[in-house]
Write a protein that binds this ligand. Sequence first.
Ligand SMILES: Nc1nc2c(c(=O)[nH]1)N[C@H]1C(S)=C(S)[C@@H](COP(=O)(O)OP(=O)(O)OC[C@H]3O[C@@H](n4cnc5c(N)ncnc54)[C@H](O)[C@@H]3O)O[C@H]1N2
Ligand code: MOO
Ligand code: MG
Length: 421
Amino acid sequence: MLEKRTPIPVGEAVKKIMAYQLKGSAEYISINESNGRFLAEDLKATHDVPHFDRSPYDGFAVRSADTKEASMENPAVFEVVDHIGAGHVTSKNIGPFQAVRIMTGAQMPEECDAVVMLELAKAYEEDGKNFMSIKRSYNSGDNVSFKGEDAKKGDSLVKKGTKINPGIQAILATFGYAEVPVAKKPVIGLFATGTELLEVHEPLQPGKIRNSNAHMITAQIERAGAEVIYYGKLPDEFDTCFDAVKEALNSVDILITTGGVSVGDFDYLPGIYEKLGAEVLFNKVAMRPGSVTTVAQHEGKLLFGLSGNPSACYVGFELFARPIIRKMLFSEKPHLRKETAELVAEFPKANPFTRFVRTAVNYSGGRLVAAPSGVDKSNIVMSLAGANSLMILPGGTRGYGMGDIVEVLLLEDHEGSEWPW
Ligand SMILES: Nc1nc2c(c(=O)[nH]1)N[C@H]1C(S)=C(S)[C@@H](COP(=O)(O)OP(=O)(O)OC[C@H]3O[C@@H](n4cnc5c(N)ncnc54)[C@H](O)[C@@H]3O)O[C@H]1N2
Ligand code: MOO
Ligand SMILES: [Mg+2]
């Protein structure tokens, strides 16, 4: 007899998954490989930056007290007793009315407390000695880049769980992280099920289609920050699928399958979970697409049975698999970021289910506007290409139209949200 499934709200389904404390772990990798990875520790300043006072200009380091009387009519004259570029430190003691020709980035001589830009000084030579004169006065600290101006030792800089970007690369290098503590990428196994599936290089045959889900989900897993082991496609045969799933579970943190999860005669995933003795957390969600998304837990591992229908598969991954992956990457905001946008399309028909419409959001005159990125059906592939977001249209008694303010979940954002439901 056909089993009756009870749909649960999206938020409840996500909560059940997040209750599984799949633990992330850390590893050290070369800074050269760390861009795009997720920090496994808070970053703190381990020393002042810069760690010495330095010149921010090419110019002359002076003692500001010696400049006090300088004016257009009465220039102050300095003997230039040394000449240093960045990386060099003067060994001279700088006395009254002496200066050091200093280049950007070079350490300030101890006695000097101001820098005159080259353009504002007149340099000349007399009797084999170097001099320069200035026509204005300087205050202590003028044109000095002070120790600790960029960061003070102990400052909190970047939070654990943040995705490493080019700016964070600069910080890591500044503090000498040749090896960077990052979250180990969770290992996600992937099977695409379906006797109808052809590999990407195979010519079309009657009744068969190319396996697009495997490539799509692989890219989604990578976008989420995890590592994928693609085990290939499986025919709709119970024993073959059961053995493959059981075996793969030994080597992965999470196992994702696509297809075979609904109520069809060749939809074997529900039977496979049962034979495994896995605990099914839910097998129906009150949403479209992706209503058949099923998640089970077996010996501390999660099994995601995503729909075979491409758009349903895509949405199921983003709402349910992405957050647990991000959690294993130490994110405090593992869910998709939610924003509001103005709808620039018509959805006149009321729908009983909450819909997640593949959407392109864009800025227009300072506002965020949302338009569907193609046909809104779960078996559609083409609308996925232009989707940078999922528009949430709650189920109810009315449709939605131009100008309505809707909520959107951003797919390519790196901030995330703590809990959008
Ligand atoms: N009687 C009912 N039939 C269906 C129901 C239902 O509630 N009662 N739910 C429908 C909904 S909603 C969805 S979504 C699909 C889910 O189907 P499955 O997850 O079991 O997936 P399959 O049956 O294996 O395939 C569905 C569809 O997707 C195509 N597919 C599968 N794998 C791939 C792939 N790797 N790449 C591209 N396309 C793929 C497959 O050929 C089918 O067309 O069930 C409805 N039916
Ligand atoms: O609900 Mo199915 O899971 O739309 O696509
Ligand atoms: Mg099916």
